[in-house]
Design a protein around this ligand. Structure first.
Ligand SMILES: Cc1cc2nc3c(=O)[nH]c(=O)nc-3n(C[C@H](O)[C@H](O)[C@H](O)COP(=O)(O)O)c2cc1C
Length: 155
């Protein structure tokens, strides 16, 4: 089974988790990076005029730098992100819309400040033809047994 871990991280927590997820899964790693990187001011959600709030309210697409090579070859796609506004950030919607997930299994994982991940499958499933087989919120320092236990539920 060929596995891809694709992740977005603005502050680094999800990045460190995603690296461990990829290692535990024996997966290739792809960072979902916005063409225009987020500055600290861009993600200061307490400011109503911050970029993150404009993107959310305007339902804006977030252009992504580069593409996954040979996406078709993967059987399982693990998508990692920080929870933004109780669900997946806009850039994850943009990522999902950019590829054909037909016939693929998908696992979602996230870090957050306390919100759970239960809303994210409902946000992303309508945008893709793949099957979201599971979604799990981890702490950024989740250990390998914890990660492996979740991966086992997807296969
Ligand atoms: C724009 C924005 C919106 C957020 N919304 C939520 C939220 O709704 N619920 C929550 O628990 N945390 C929220 N957070 C906190 C992040 O989910 C949390 O800090 C996460 O671990 C950051 O991951 P990262 O370092 O990989 O970017 C938000 C953070 C940002 C920047």
């Amino acid at each position: 089974m060929k596995i891809l871990t694709a992740y977005f991280s603005a502050g680094g927590y999800t990045r460190s988790l995603a690296k461990r997820v990829a290692e535990a899964a024996g997966a290739d790693l792809f960072e979902i990076k916005p063409v225009e990187p987020y500055s600290e001011a861009d993600i200061r959600w307490t400011n109503p005029l911050a970029r993150c709030n404009k993107e959310k309210l305007g339902k804006k697409e977030v252009p992504i730098e580069g593409r996954v090579e040979n996406f078709d070859d993967y059987d399982l796609i693990l998508i990692g992100f920080p929870i933004w506004y109780f669900t997946a950030p806009n850039i994850i919607e943009s990522f999902v819309k950019s590829y054909d997930f037909t016939g693929k299994k998908v696992g979602l994982f996230a870090t957050s400040g306390g919100s759970d991940i239960t809303k994210a499958p409902g946000t992303l499933q309508p945008l893709m033809k793949g099957e979201i087989a599971g979604a799990k919120l981890f702490s950024a320092d989740a250990n390998r047994p914890e990660i492996c236990a979740w991966l086992d539920t997807l296969k």
